[in-house]
Structure formats: structure tokens, C-alpha cells
Design a protein around this ligand. Structure first.
Ligand code: NCD
Length: 306
């Protein structure tokens, strides 16, 4: 791996991304073996440091590390010295002083990981920095699309919903465009950042129009915890205009892949029928997330592993 840390998809070139996806293909079968254990990361220590809530990302990293034989530990910031006023850098240095090799962090501040990377020798992996990037989510999304469709080149991928507050959307835009997909964003004008067209995407404010002939439709959660009020009238109204349902799928390609990073709000950004329907890859995304994180952990720590 050319890079020491994974801070954002923005830093990766096409070759880096493909190398991670190819390695994940090799990692996935390990999850299906009886003992689910290898020695690739034996003796390595990974800590998950999450300053924001998470279910799947944190557990996914933990399991990925365990399948590779690493030792893992988790810090819940509400029960740590963070509440006593310790700075981020001091917390991270403390971990390093105990021999931690990999710090997987989720933090509300954009680029918090870059700050950490300047002060630490340990490998830093971004598990979400505010509204900026969520690189491993985008990698697992690209992996899932490539696994299902063979390639990303030339595919029409619609990302629908709260683009403004979505680090998942931002990382996917960087990655999907690098791999040659056509990225179309759909959402209310208040939830699409100004100037996002400069990232090489098309913007629609009508979901049905955006979804015509789509190969992939990715729904996003409305990030109420990050929003000021008044960006849309009500969740019911949002669902009527931007909810992904049968009417939207009707205009897409017949084998359209429906994706969502989770957690889903059933009946808000997507109907239950679609979430559980035959086009949905939502559960496979979760499985693939472990494989992609195994690949990354392996690649970022390969040096020095005998
Ligand atoms: C996403 C996140 O935290 O950015 N979730 C995830 O990691 N799977 C999306 C979200 O919270 O809506």
C-alpha cells in the first residue's frame, strides 16, 4: 500500500482503490471458513476510538481484525478520560504508549484524523469524520457494486437524500467517479451542497427523473442530528417526494441494485418493501464491509508482519 493511513478516498488513486477491492475478494472467503481465524495480523493491536455513535462500522472493524488474528480493544468516549477534558492528541498518544498499532477513529470534526496522523506513528483509519468522509463505507459500497455488476465503469449510480450532511455520499462521489461511474445526485435543493457539480456529478431535484435507467440507487439516512431545522417541511412530505419505493424502481433498470449504508429509517428514505426486496443489497453491504476492512487492515500493516 502506497499510503500509511486511510484518511479519505480523496487521497487514493484508481490503482489504490482497485488493489483494496481485489484484496477484499481474497479476504471474503475467510469469513466463511469454519474457524474464521488467520494469523496475518497476529501480534497487532487495534483500538476503536469512537466519538460518535456506531453499530455496524465499529463491530465490522473489530471482527475484521479478529478474523486476521489481531487483538482489539474499544474505547467508548463517554466512559473515558475524554469526559475529563483530555485532548484528542493526548488520548491517542496514551494509546500509542501502550503499544497500539492501529487507531480506527470516528470523530465529528472534519480532518480530525489528519491532525492525529501528524502526531502518531500508529496507522490511522478514518471511520467517519463529521460530514466529510467515510472511506471504508465507500470502499464496501464499490466492492458490492463491482461484485454484482462486474465493473463500475459506465454504470449510472444514483445517490439519493441528504447529500449535504452525508460523509458516505462524499466518499462515494470521490471513489465512484475515480472508477468511471456516472454519479447522479437526487434530493431537495436544501440538502444538496452548492457547487457539488464541480465534483463531476449531475444533480436532480426529482428522484424519479434521476432514477431513469439507473444501475444502482443508493439511499441515505436523513441526518437529523446534524441538521438545522427547516430544511424540509416534514418527514412525511420528504418521504412522498424523495422516498425510494416501487414508483422509483419502475423507471430504473430491471436489475437495479438498491443500497443503503444503514441505519435505515424504514418508510422515510426507503420503503420496507424495497429494503427487504429482491433488488436490495443492504445486508450484503454489511458482510462486504468486513471483507473490505480485513483487506485494509492487512495492507496497512503488512510491513513488519512476518
Ligand atoms: C453512516 C455514517 O455513520 O456515516 N453509517 C454507517 O457508518 N454505516 C450513515 C448514517 O449514519 O446515516
Amino acid at each position: 500500500m502506497r499510503l500509511k493511513n486511510l484518511l479519505g478516498i480523496r487521497d487514493l488513486d484508481t490503482e489504490d482503490i482497485l488493489q483494496i477491492l481485489d484484496t477484499a475478494v481474497l479476504m471474503k472467503p475467510i469469513m466463511e471458513t469454519k474457524n474464521k481465524r488467520t494469523n496475518y495480523l497476529l501480534g497487532k493491536i487495534m483500538v476503536t476510538l469512537f466519538y460518535e455513535p456506531s453499530t455496524r462500522t465499529r463491530v465490522s472493524f473489530e471482527l475484521a481484525a479478529k478474523y486476521l488474528g489481531a487483538t482489539t480493544t474499544n474505547i467508548s468516549t463517554s466512559a473515558s478520560s475524554v469526559v475529563k477534558g483530555e485532548t484528542l492528541i493526548d488520548t491517542a498518544r496514551t494509546l500509542q504508549a501502550m503499544g497500539v498499532d492501529i487507531v480506527v477513529m470516528r470523530h465529528p470534526m472534519t480532518a480530525a484524523h489528519r491532525l492525529l496522523a501528524r502526531h502518531l506513528d500508529a496507522v490511522i483509519i478514518n471511520a467517519g469524520d463529521g460530514i466529510n468522509e467515510h472511506p471504508t463505507q465507500a470502499l464496501l459500497d464499490m466492492f458490492t457494486i463491482r461484485e454484482k455488476k462486474g465493473t463500475l465503469k459506465g454504470l449510472k449510480v444514483v445517490i439519493a437524500g441528504d447529500i449535504l450532511h452525508s460523509r458516505v455520499a462524499r466518499s462515494n462521489i470521490w471513489g465512484l467517479t475515480k472508477l468511471g461511474a456516472r454519479v447522479v445526485l437526487a434530493g431537495p435543493a436544501t440538502l444538496i451542497p452548492k457547487g457539488i457539480g464541480n465534483m463531476g456529478v449531475e444533480v436532480y431535484h426529482d428522484l424519479r427523473q434521476a432514477a431513469v435507467d439507473a444501475d444502482v440507487i443508493m439511499g441515505l439516512r436523513i441526518q437529523l442530528e446534524r441538521q438545522k431545522s427547516g430544511l424540509f417541511p416534514s418527514l412525511r412530505e420528504y418521504n412522498m417526494l424523495f422516498g425510494i419505493d416501487e414508483r422509483v424502481l419502475e423507471v430504473a433498470k430491471e436489475d437495479v441494485l438498491v443500497m443503503h449504508p444503514g441505519p435505515t429509517n424504514r418508510g422515510v428514505e426507503m420503503s420496507s418493501e424495497i429494503i427487504d426486496g429482491e433488488n436490495s443489497a443492504i445486508e450484503e453491504q454489511v458482510t462486504n464491509g468486513v471483507a473490505v476492512r480485513m483487506a485494509l487492515l492487512y495492507m496497512l500493516t503488512r510491513e513488519g508482519v512476518s
